[in-house]
Design a protein around this ligand. Structure first.
Ligand SMILES: Cc1ncc(C[n+]2csc(CCOP(=O)(O)OP(=O)(O)O)c2C)c(N)n1
Ligand SMILES: CC(=O)[C@@H](O)[C@H](O)COP(=O)(O)O
Ligand SMILES: [Mg+2]
Length: 628
C-alpha cells in the first residue's frame, strides 16, 4: 500500500481509476489490479477532500473494502449500505461521481452522505448512525418476500455498532433467514477513541489466540479460498475453525467470521465472496485503521475525522478567531463544575464537537462519554438526577431527536433536574438536512415543565446556561454551530431571569421578536427604520408580558428564529396572542417546510430569506399588504 505524507494539491495521475469509472468497468479488471486501483483511489480521495474539505479519516480506512465490495457485488442490484455515510467518499468516487467530488458538501454539489436522490448506488440515505443493519435487513427480507435473488451488505463501524438500534437489528436479523452480510469496520475509533464495553469486547476478539493464529497461519488459507459458491460452505467452515472464536454475534444467530485485515485485498475478496454467497445472516469482522495510507491521519485520527479544505495560500496573520458557542459552553461547564461538585457532564460520543475536551481532562470522574447512545444518555442523566447530582447533557439538536421518549418519560414527567446543552441548533451548514437542528423547539415546547432558552449571543448563552442549571427541573439551552457575534461570555455564574425577554431597541410600527442568534440579522434594519427589537431569550416560559406590550403598541409583530416555522417559537407567539385574545398582525419568519441541501449556513439562511435583506423584504411585503 502506498503511504502519503501530504495531501496532493494537484490532481494525481490515476490511469486505472480512470478506466474504472463505473462499478461495471471496475468489475472488468483483474483481481491482481485491485491493489493498484486502491492506491489510486486513495490518492484521488486525498486530492478531492483537500479541494472540498469534509469527512476524511473514515473514508481512507475503507478504500480496500469499497473496491472489494463493488468488485464482488452486482451493485446497484445488490444492495450496499454505509452506516453514518461519512466513509462513503470512495464509494461515491467509484460510482460515477468522481468529477463532482470537489463539490461535495457545497451548495449545488454532492451531498455529504449517501442520498437516494443522488445515485442509484446510494441505497439508503444516512447521516445519523446505526441504521444500516435495520435498513439492510428490511431490504433482505423484502427480497425474500418478493422472491428476488439479491445480496445485501451493510457496512457499520465499531462506533456506530455501539448504539442500541444496531443491536436491536442484530437481535432480530439473527433469528431470520435473511440473506445478508454485516461488515463490521473495526478501527477502534469513533470520532474520539472508542469507549465502553463493546469496544473492550471487540479488542478482546482481536487479541484472542484465534486472531494471532489467523495472522500466522490462516492468512495463507484465506488467500487460497476458492471463490466459487459451491465451495463456499466448505471453506467457510475451514476458515471458522481457524479464526473464529465463539462470539456474541454468533450467539445472536449470525455466522461470524473474523477478525481479518481490512486492508488486505486478497483476504477481503475471499471472505466477502464466501460470505455473500452463503445464505442467511453473516457477519464479517474487519480490522482497519482510520486514516489509513495518510500518515498524519493515522497518527491523529481525531484531528483528521473531518478537515477543512486546503487553502493553497493561507493568510499570513489571520485575526484571532472568536470562540464558538461550544467553547463557551465548555468553559461554562468547567467554571460551574469548580463551583458545584454535584455537576457532571455527559456526551453521546461528541466530546470534541461539544467543547468538552478540557472538561474530560480536568474532571475525568465527572465526565461520561456513553458512546453513540443518545437514548441512554438522556435516561442516564435522569438516574444521576434522582440521586441529587446535577447532570448536564451536551447533545447536538439533531441527535437529541433519538432521545425524545426518554426526555418525556424519564426526565420531564418526573421533573428531574437535567440541563440540556443543545448544540448545533439551527442550520449546521455542510452536513445538510440530516444534521439540521431545526425541529427541537417544536418537539421540546410541547413537553410540560421543560424550560427552553435561546441565547442571541455568547454573554446570554452563559447567563441562560446558568439559569437552566439553577432551575431545579429540566431545562434546555439551544445554541448554534460555530461562533456568534463575539460578545464576551465572561465568567459569571449569575443566572438571567427565567422567562424574561429584553428589549434591545425601542421603536414604533414594527416589533421584531427574535429567538436566538438571527436577532443580529434584524438589528441594522430595526435601527434604520426605528422598529422595536425584542430579544425573547426564552421560548418557554415565554414572556407573555413582553408579547402583550409589543402587540398593544405596534402595527406588526415579526417573529424570527433559526428553526422550522411550523411549531417553532413563532407558533408559540401566535398561541400566546390567541390566548390573550390579541389580534395584532404577526409575520412568522423561520425555516420553510422543506429539507435544505447542505452548503454554507449563511448562504442557506439567505436562500430562504433569513438574512438581513430577506427579513427586510418580508417585512416590507407584509406592511404593504396591511396597508392595502
Ligand atoms: C446518531 C448519531 N450520533 C452521533 C453521530 C456523530 N458521529 C458521526 S461519525 C461518528 C463516529 C462513528 O464511528 P464509527 O462508526 O466507528 O466510524 P469511523 O469514523 O470510526 O469509521 C459519530 C459519533 C451520528 N452521525 N449519528
Ligand atoms: C458524520 C457526523 O455526524 C459528524 O462527523 C458530524 O459531521 C460532525 O459535525 P460537526 O462538525 O458539527 O461536529
Ligand atoms: Mg470506528
Amino acid at each position: 500500500m502506498r503511504i502519503f505524507h501530504q495531501i496532493p494539491l494537484q490532481r494525481p495521475s490515476t490511469p486505472l481509476l480512470d478506466s474504472a469509472s463505473t462499478p461495471d468497468a471496475l468489475r472488468a479488471l483483474s483481481r491482481a489490479q485491485l491493489g493498484t486501483l486502491a492506491d489510486e483511489l486513495r490518492a484521488y480521495l486525498l486530492y478531492s477532500v483537500g479541494q472540498s474539505g469534509g469527512h476524511f479519516g473514515a473514508g481512507l480506512g475503507v478504500v480496500e473494502l469499497t473496491v472489494a465490495l463493488h468488485y464482488l457485488l452486482d451493485t446497484p442490484h445488490d444492495r450496499l449500505l454505509w452506516d453514518v455515510g461519512h466513509q462513503a467518499y470512495p464509494h461515491k468516487i467509484l460510482t460515477g461521481r468522481r468529477e463532482q467530488m470537489p463539490s461535495i458538501r457545497q451548495s449545488g454539489g454532492l451531498a455529504a452522505f449517501p442520498a437516494r436522490h443522488e445515485s442509484e448506488y446510494d441505497t439508503f440515505g444516512v447521516g445519523h448512525s446505526s441504521t444500516s443493519i435495520s435498513a439492510g435487513l428490511g431490504m433482505a427480507l423484502a427480497a425474500q418476500q418478493k422472491g428476488e435473488p439479491r445480496r445485501v451488505v451493510s457496512v457499520i463501524g465499531d462506533g456506530a455498532l455501539t448504539a442500541g438500534m444496531a443491536f436491536e437489528a442484530l437481535a432480530h436479523g439473527g433469528t431470520t433467514r435473511a440473506n445478508m452480510l454485516v461488515v463490521l469496520n473495526d478501527n477502534d475509533m469513533s470520532i474520539s477513541q472508542s469507549v465502553g464495553g463493546l469496544s473492550n469486547y471487540l479488542a478482546q476478539l482481536l487479541s484472542s489466540k484465534a486472531y494471532s493464529r489467523m495472522r500466522d497461519d490462516a492468512r495463507k488459507l484465506l488467500e487460497i479460498i476458492p471463490p466459487a459458491a459451491e465451495l463456499a460452505k466448505k471453506t467457510e467452515e475451514q476458515v471458522k475453525s481457524l479464526i473464529s472464536p465463539a462470539s456474541l454475534f454468533e450467539a445472536m444467530g449470525w455466522n461470524y467470521i473474523g477478525p481479518i485485515d481490512g486492508h488486505d485485498m486478497g483476504q477481503l475478496l475471499n471472505a466477502i465472496d464466501t460470505l455473500t454467497n452463503r445464505p442467511g445472516p453473516n457477519f464479517l469482522h474487519l480490522v482497519t485503521q482510520k486514516g489509513c495510507g495518510f500518515q498524519p491521519a493515522e497518527s491523529n485520527p481525531i484531528k483528521y475525522h473531518a478537515i477543512t479544505k486546503i487553502d493553497p495560500k493561507p493568510a499570513a496573520d489571520s485575526a484571532p478567531s472568536k470562540p464558538t458557542f461550544s467553547q463557551v459552553f465548555g468553559q461554562w461547564a468547567l467554571d460551574q463544575a469548580a463551583a458545584d461538585p454535584r455537576l457532571l457532564t455527559i456526551t453521546p460520543a461528541m466530546r470534541e464537537g461539544s467543547g468538552l475536551v478540557a472538561f474530560s481532562e480536568r474532571y475525568p470522574k465527572r465526565y461520561h462519554d456513553v458512546a453513540i447512545c443518545e437514548q441512554h444518555s438522556v435516561t442516564l442523566a435522569a438516574g444521576f438526577a434522582c440521586e441529587g447530582l446535577k447532570p448536564v447533557l451536551a447533545i447536538y439538536s439533531t441527535f437529541l431527536q433519538r432521545g425524545y421518549d426518554q426526555l418525556i418519560h424519564d426526565v420531564a414527567i418526573q421533573d428531574l433536574d437535567v440541563t440540556f446543552a443543545i448544540d448545533r441548533a439551527g442550520l449546521v451548514g455542510e452536513d445538510g438536512p440530516t444534521h439540521a437542528g431545526v425541529y427541537d423547539t417544536a418537539f421540546l415546547r410541547t413537553i410540560p415543565g421543560l424550560l427552553i432558552a435561546t441565547p442571541s449571543d455568547e454573554t446570554d448563552a452563559r447567563g441562560l446556561l446558568n439559569a437552566a442549571y439553577q432551575h431545579p427541573g429540566p431545562a434546555a439551552v439551544r445554541y448554534p454551530r460555530g461562533a456568534g457575534i463575539g460578545a464576551a461570555a465572561g465568567s459569571s455564574l449569575d443566572a438571567l431571569a427565567v422567562g424574561e425577554a429584553i428589549t434591545r431597541l425601542s421603536g414604533r410600527g414594527v416589533a421584531v421578536l427574535a429567538f436566538g442568534t438571527l436577532l443580529h440579522q434584524a438589528t441594522q434594519l430595526c435601527q434604520a427604520r426605528g422598529y422595536s427589537l425584542i430579544d425573547m431569550r426564552w421560548v418557554k416560559p415565554m414572556d407573555e408580558g413582553a408579547v402583550r406590550a409589543a402587540a398593544a403598541s405596534h402595527d406588526l409583530l415579526v417573529t424570527l428564529e433559526d428553526h422550522a416555522q411550523m411549531g417553532g417559537a413563532g407558533s408559540a407567539v401566535l398561541e400566546a396572542l390567541a390566548s390573550m385574545n390579541l389580534n395584532t398582525p404577526t409575520l412568522v419568519l423561520g425555516l420553510p417546510d422543506s429539507y435544505l441541501e447542505g452548503g454554507k449556513a449563511d448562504a442557506m439562511y439567505a436562500s430562504v430569506g433569513l438574512d438581513s435583506a430577506g427579513i427586510s423584504a418580508a417585512i416590507d411585503q407584509r406592511l404593504a399588504a396591511l396597508s392595502r
